[in-house]
Design a protein around this ligand. Sequence first.
Ligand SMILES: [Ca+2]
Ligand SMILES: [Ca+2]
Ligand SMILES: [Ca+2]
Ligand SMILES: [Ca+2]
Length: 377
Amino acid sequence: MKTRLLMHPHGLKKAFWLAITGLIFLSTTLMFTPQVKASETTIFSDGFESYDVSTFPWAGGWILEFDGYNPSEQKIVNTVSVSPTKSLQLLGWGISAVAIKSFTSTSNVIGYEAYVRTEDYAGASYTVAYIGFRSKRWDSVFSNWNYYVTFETDGRILYRGQNFLDSYSPNTWYKVRVVVDKTTNLCNVWINDALKGENLVEPSYFYERTYLALSAQWAHVKTYFDNVRVFSITNDPPVANANGPYSGDEGSPITLTGTDSYDPDGTIVGYEWDLDNDSIYETYGQNVQKTWMVNGYYTVWLKVVDNNGAEDISSVDVNVWDRAPTASFTWTPITPNEGTAVSFIDTSTSSPDTIVFWSWSFGDGGTSTLQNPIYIR
Ligand SMILES: [Ca+2]
Ligand SMILES: [Ca+2]
Ligand SMILES: [Ca+2]
Ligand SMILES: [Ca+2]
């Protein structure tokens, strides 16, 4: 990993480029490949197996924030479950039932997973179930649901009550997974491990205090939650390797290979080269070619981007050799008589340089520095 920011003299151009880089970084962050989990760390998980049936799971750090129908209905049950015997039942009626649990994480990428199941919602007239992050408790000024998924009475699963994700049936478990990028306030949502929402916007997230919240709204419908988990995702940055050092003739293409670059926990999705050392990565491709017309030492840069948008850069020197001219000449007349002027004609070649100096030696001590001398002997 290298840094180059101090090297570039054209501040204005760099500022412009940094702005462009910001845009590119945003767009690569948006690409945020969901299938690759990078390194996932569980912050807390709860299968509700450790609690007594008919109790609220206070012992696990859950808080019953709203009582719903009756506190006694917000409880561990063993009638339905994903893992192995128990789940958490919530029942809203008149007011919603809300269970919350706090967590902290400094990761930029966090997520939650839970299995959600509703009773038959026939006749209900409101959102049945909520699950999502909450930035504050309801009793706080900034209380707010964020990155939440709802199960509606009409059989739709929605993000933020707006984006359609999937349809659902009552009395069936659905696995909800939401992964949030805190740097962009965007999230991806999976239902039963199928990606259903990508780069969905959360406009109003507050990070200073965070809860996972489970809720049965006041739809008179029992809702069950099981195998609840909050996790963070850390992404190891890629390692750029521009290989080399390289050398070759001026005027001939030199191939640069980025193939030894790697990402320890994912894949590299972008290779960008700055072949003229101006901080602008103008050439794309794992392996690229460039022809230098003037011999000398050059520095080139490779930037790689991984599947989670992280970057690394690497520089390498290119030694471009001068290509020597090839000397040749003809003369006329071909078989001159003694005392006759002979014209020597330079037929030397040089590429890409031009020939700037000639030195003739005629074998009898005579010399010339003309390109096409005439000599008499
Ligand atoms: Ca369970
Ligand atoms: Ca990575
Ligand atoms: Ca450049
Ligand atoms: Ca040269």
